[in-house]
Design a protein around this ligand. Structure first.
Ligand SMILES: Nc1nc2c(ncn2[C@@H]2O[C@H](COP(=O)(O)OP(=O)(O)OP(=O)(O)O)[C@@H](O)[C@H]2O)c(=O)[nH]1
Ligand SMILES: [Mg+2]
Length: 230
């Protein structure tokens, strides 16, 4: 029979990641594609007045916009549950970003290649908070298929930031993108742990191994996610 302490040990670890980016780049679509529960969406109708304010040139069919956040959940296995939060895209809801992103391990920044400038705010936001992020080029119909390295140059991103094509409407592709984000988060955590100063030799702290994520742990997490995709 399981003891009380066994129950505690079996509780899954939860982690929070964020899907962000500019207006109408596919954040709500992405969260809906990957979530195993009916995603929480806080969409409001875009009135003609709002359409005048928002840059809807390339999103003509868009009739609604996120006014608070998107929320979805993915159970990777009994040991790990991922909570996926989507930010609102319009500048006027920017004041909510701090609350929505608090405690996030990392972010996916979606980009519409026809409107690169839409993602600058998100890049600045996560860079300035040292939150690891990857770029997902969401392929819209008729959008140019730029070489990701040209996009890296245009966005002035370091080589350390992964840039990949994605399709927010397709669950398999969207999950692949989340796997890439998790992998990047694990690498960033490993690098940060390896770079942290070692304690002074006379420290009273007992000897502990540095919390570096091992290759085995990384590949276990990756295969659990791949299995989740079926
Ligand atoms: N062709 C194509 N259309 C997409 C893709 N992803 C999203 N869309 C469409 O683009 C529009 C905007 O998608 P949303 O998911 O609402 O975008 P959003 O980033 O949440 O928008 P805001 O919350 O208003 O900033 C919708 O009509 C989607 O159906 C994609 O990968 N390809
Ligand atoms: Mg949205």
């Amino acid at each position: 029979m399981a003891s009380k302490s066994d129950n505690t040990a079996a509780r899954p670890v939860s982690a929070k990641v964020v899907v962000s980016g500019g207006f109408g780049v596919g954040k709500t679509t992405f969260v809906s594609a990957v979530s195993e529960i009916a995603p929480l969406r806080t969409e409001a109708k875009m009135t003609s007045a709002a359409t005048g304010v928002d840059d809807a040139t390339f999103v003509q069919q868009k009739t609604s916009t996120t006014v608070a956040m998107d929320f979805g959940k993915i159970t990777v296995d009994e040991g790990l549950v991922l909570y996926v939060f989507g930010t609102p895209g319009q500048d006027r809801f920017g004041f909510m970003w701090n609350d929505i992103t608090a405690g996030a391990l990392g972010a996916l920044i979606l980009v519409d290649t026809r409107r690169l400038d839409e993602c600058f705010n998100a890049i600045d936001f996560f860079e300035s908070r040292d939150v690891p992020f990857i770029i997902g080029l969401n392929q819209f119909d008729g959008a140019p298929e730029h070489d990701p390295e040209l996009i890296r140059e245009a966005l002035d991103l370091s080589d350390a930031v992964p840039i990949m094509r994605t399709d927010a409407r397709t669950p398999d592709t969207a999950l692949d993108t989340l796997v890439a984000l998790l992998s990047h988060i694990l690498e960033s955590l490993s690098a940060a742990a390896a770079a942290s100063p070692t304690p002074a030799p006379d420290s009273r702290e007992p000897d502990r191994e540095a919390p570096v994520v091992s290759d085995a742990q990384r590949s276990a997490a990756m295969s659990a996610l791949a299995a989740e995709r079926g």
